[in-house]
Design a binder for this molecule. Structure first.
Ligand code: PMP
Length: 360
């Protein structure tokens, strides 16, 4: 039966004009070596799997703890924060980013982001009916002075650190000085910070305008569970708590995320292993003639002098290997390759070699 097509619905103009955010391809498991969305190639900590089983046998007829207290306690303890009131839990860090935009940026006000970076920020501004302003990284992935210019209608500045797709970092001392120049909050999106040497958690305790977001999707290998969080001063957390859904995190996810935060030895081992494979991937890509940006995350951004990035992506895909082709218009395009297991990276490198032999 054909569905009726209704033309009378009055969606908000902000919605009818917007382009939806396009996440990376998520094929059914098994068909591809999947190196396109920066997931962890390893299974999550064993304690997480036990906690999920236990929670599944718990009182699922009851609503979960709206404040995810067990998780916030475990996160504060693991990260050396003064207490759980410094943490807000969310359904993935994407939900936390949504709350931040909803909480700080009104219709017709603006947010700022660097480019190339995480384009979801633009979509969140569009949904809100807000404006966004992009400031281009310099060629060597530094932030130009414009990024720290205050402006009256600017209500939020977002900075992924490490950045995606480059994997580059802005040191905490520079972040502090950017926050000092701005008059609005600076969100440091630390989705990949566990793979880096430094982070901005200490800065949060000194600066009410520095807000740090984290995810369990990458370093903790829990992309399928959907859990992220914000670290900010308690009054900021209290304000944003007012606008979250009552039960934004479910009981099974809260149990999983709590156990994950209590698995810090597991985390350290996995990060060491991923970073070791990343170093090998960088060296071997450079050996194949790629320009490789040294990464502080669980992926590598690379470009080839042939410019055949889309063709290399297509060739790999036809051979059951998925990497991310990214085109940033005037800025250029390239390939972002997530760090997989050593075997997966070997297979990917071999196929890139074959692609180059065919295409160049
Ligand atoms: N920030 C950045 C920079 C990301 O790359 C991602 C992953 N797409 C996220 C946030 C969102 O992570 P999640 O919603 O899975 O927590």
């Amino acid at each position: 039966m054909a569905l009726p097509h209704c033309t009378d619905l009055q969606f908000r103009p902000a919605l009818t004009q917007m382009k939806p955010y396009a996440p990376g391809e998520q094929p059914p498991p098994g068909k591809f070596i999947k190196l396109n969305t920066n997931e962890n190639p390893f299974p999550p900590p064993p304690a997480v799997v036990r906690a999920i089983t236990e929670a599944a046998n718990g009182p699922l007829n009851r609503y979960p703890d709206p404040l995810a207290t067990s998780f916030r306690r475990a996160a504060a303890e693991a990260l050396g924060l003064p207490g759980p009131e410094w943490v807000l839990a969310g359904n993935g860090s994407d939900e936390i980013l949504t709350l931040l935009v909803r909480g700080f940026v009104g219709e017709s006000q603006s947010l700022r982001l660097p480019t190339p970076s995480y384009i979801l920020y633009r979509t969140l501004a569009d949904i809100q009916g807000a404006k966004w302003e992009q400031v281009a990284f310099t060629e060597d992935w530094q932030l130009p002075a414009e990024f720290r210019q205050p402006r009256e209608d600017l209500r939020l500045v977002l900075l992924p650190n490490p950045n995606s797709p480059s994997g580059t970092v802005v040191p905490p001392s520079e972040i502090e000085s950017i926050a000092d120049s701005l008059t609005c909050p600076l969100v440091v999106d630390e989705a990949y910070a566990d793979f880096a040497e430094e982070n901005c958690l200490d800065l949060v305790q000194r600066h009410e305008r520095i807000l740090v977001t984290r995810t369990l999707s990458k370093s903790y290998a829990l992309a399928g569970v959907r859990f992220g969080f914000l670290v900010a001063q308690p009054h900021v957390i209290a304000e944003l708590t007012k606008i979250k859904d009552s039960y934004n995190c479910d009981a099974i996810s809260i149990a999983a995320a709590t156990a994950a935060m209590q698995s810090q030895t597991w985390l350290a081992d996995v990060v060491t292993s991923v970073n070791c494979t990343r170093a090998r991937l960088e060296t071997e890509l450079a050996g194949l003639g790629f320009d490789v940006v040294p990464s502080h995350a669980n992926f590598v951004w690379c470009t080839h002098p042939s410019g055949e990035h889309r063709a290399i992506y297509e060739f790999l895909k036809a051979n059951q290997i998925l990497v991310r082709y990214m085109d940033f218009g005037d800025w250029g395009d390239g390939l972002r390759i997530s760090v997989g297991t050593d075997d997966q990276i070997d297979a990917c490198l071999l196929m890139i070699q074959r692609a180059l032999a065919k295409l160049t």
